[in-house]
Design a protein around this ligand. Structure first.
Ligand SMILES: Nc1nc2c(c(=O)[nH]1)N[C@H]1C(S)=C(S)[C@@H](COP(=O)(O)O)O[C@H]1N2
Ligand SMILES: [Mo]
Length: 443
């Protein structure tokens, strides 16, 4: 059939069902999808009976039209809105209500179970706050960033000043050091929801520091948010001069208030707490200063340290994951996210037999430095109970540890159940029961 004819028949088919005419585009691409599927079946990856049957049936049956059409509103025209059939939401993390009775927000977790690709929508980005936050309501016209201390020229920047400077746009994850899995968690939102990935736009901190002229012996900076006491972190000058960003943009619009509007520091790959929100001051100093946030970073000795700086290589299977349900045996694309504070993700391995055999997963899209990276693995589930895990290897060769290895690193006595006392980048096991239900398999 000629393309024109095909086009025509799709058109009539479509008008009959009274769905919008732009559906035609999809009618044409559907053919290429079909041939993919045939290709796929030839390769021997048989789909589950139920799924295949469902597909055949749909092809013969009348397709449903929309329930109704939405009348346009200024709100939808102005800022847009997702479908009422999409209900993925953030949840309070760690059992503490957000907002609480006083309107304070605490930690809030991203619904990673519903994630696709690598970008977290801004409205679903996790929120991390030390000891709770009222979200500052900052007028960007009045906001200033001061850089002072051991510099030749102390500087004060307006938002407009910053936007005149050379900018960079980069994909980076943030992860709270409190993003740790335990056996009481049931879903990935509970085990891993305190990490998100966004496209950040701003000025390199090195650009501003060079403008100010850093003096000899100035080995640290202290970055401060508007809350003074708790919103401050000491960061080594080497990191500040390397890849830290002063961000005003996030996913194509101004940084959201919960993420630090109008200005935040991004310290790629460092624990969440270093990414100071509502940034207003950077003091260049000669030594590590003890701030509220720095408590816990005083020593790198695993016997006493609560925290590190750089996030280790980490990954988690987002689908299928805890609380989800497989409809039956057959083909599934296992999909997950991997990231590392050490650079880009080089490789991800997946096991479906609880760690006895490991296979290379496919890396989807370019693996950016210190960014969530999507991996997938083609899996034929035979319907018997099994255990899925993933492990990340980053570009500097670091390998994501097992839970037992991470517990040993943080000095958990070997005769006790593995508990990760410090930063937890351990492998997450998901158990698949014979009925297709998925469960957290931490012992
Ligand atoms: N000013 C300020 N910055 C802050 C915090 C804060 O409470 N105040 N919380 C930190 C913590 S604990 C984390 S994990 C990250 C979270 O960033 P997000 O809320 O944008 O996800 O911000 C960090 N920056
Ligand atoms: Mo955090």
């Amino acid at each position: 059939m000629s393309l024109a004819l095909k086009f025509l028949s799709v058109y009539f088919f479509v008008t009959e069902l009274s769905v919008p005419v732009n559906f035609i585009d999809e009618g044409i691409t559907m053919d290429s999808k079909k041939s993919d599927r045939r290709e796929f079946l030839k390769r021997g990856a048989a789909l589950a009976g139920g799924v295949a049957l469902g597909t055949t049936k749909t092809a013969n049956a009348q397709l449903e039209g929309p329930e109704s059409f939405q009348r346009g509103t200024d709100e939808i025209v102005g800022y847009g809105k997702r479908s009422r059939f999409v209900d993925s939401v953030r949840i309070p993390h760690g059992g503490r209500a957000s907002p609480d009775a006083f309107g304070l927000d605490f930690h809030i977790a991203t619904p990673l179970q519903d994630s696709v690709g690598v970008i977290t929508p801004s409205s679903l980005h996790y929120m991390g706050t030390t000891r709770g936050s009222f979200i500052p309501d900052i007028d960007p016209e009045k906001h200033r960033l001061m850089i002072h201390g051991m510099v030749d020229n102390p500087l004060v920047f307006t938002m407009d000043d910053l936007k005149r400077m050379p900018s960079v746009t980069r994909l980076h994850f943030i992860e709270c050091a409190g993003n740790r899995s335990n056996r009481r968690h049931t879903t990935i939102q509970e085990t891993h929801g305190m990490t998100s990935c966004a496209e950040w736009t701003g000025v390199l901190l090195s650009t501003l520091l060079k403008e100010a002229g850093v003096q000899a012996g100035a080995d640290w900076i202290v970055a401060e948010g508007v809350e003074e006491v708790k919103g401050a972190s000491s960061i080594p000058m080497t990191k500040a001069m390397d890849d830290c960003l002063i961000c005003y943009g996030m996913n194509g619009e101004p940084v959201r208030p919960q993420q630090g509007f109008p200005l935040r520091l991004m310290a790629p790959g460092f624990e969440g707490i270093f990414n100071v929100k509502w940034l207003r001051r950077i003091k260049v100093v000669d030594q590590y200063y003890m701030t509220y946030n720095d408590f816990g970073h005083l020593t790198q000795d695993p016997a006493t340290a609560a925290l590190g700086y750089q996030i280790g290589p980490k990954s988690v299977i987002t689908h299928p994951s805890g609380g989800q349900q497989l409809p039956g045996a057959g083909f599934y694309e296992v999909s997950g996210l991997a990231w590392s504070g050490g650079g880009s993700v080089a490789r991800v391995e997946v096991t479906t037999d609880g760690g006895r055999t490991w296979f290379d997963a496919d890396i989807r899209g370019p693996a950016h430095k210190m960014a969530h990276t999507r991996f997938t693995f083609e899996w034929n589930w035979d319907g018997s109970p099994c255990e899925l895990q993933s492990r990340c290897i980053d570009e500097i060769g670091q390998v994501q540890p097992s839970r037992a290895q991470a517990a040993e690193f943080w000095n958990q006595p070997p005769d006790q159940a593995p508990r990760v006392r410090g930063q937890d980048n351990s492998i997450q096991p998901w158990r698949v029961d014979g009925d297709g239900s998925i469960h957290n398999a931490i012992a």
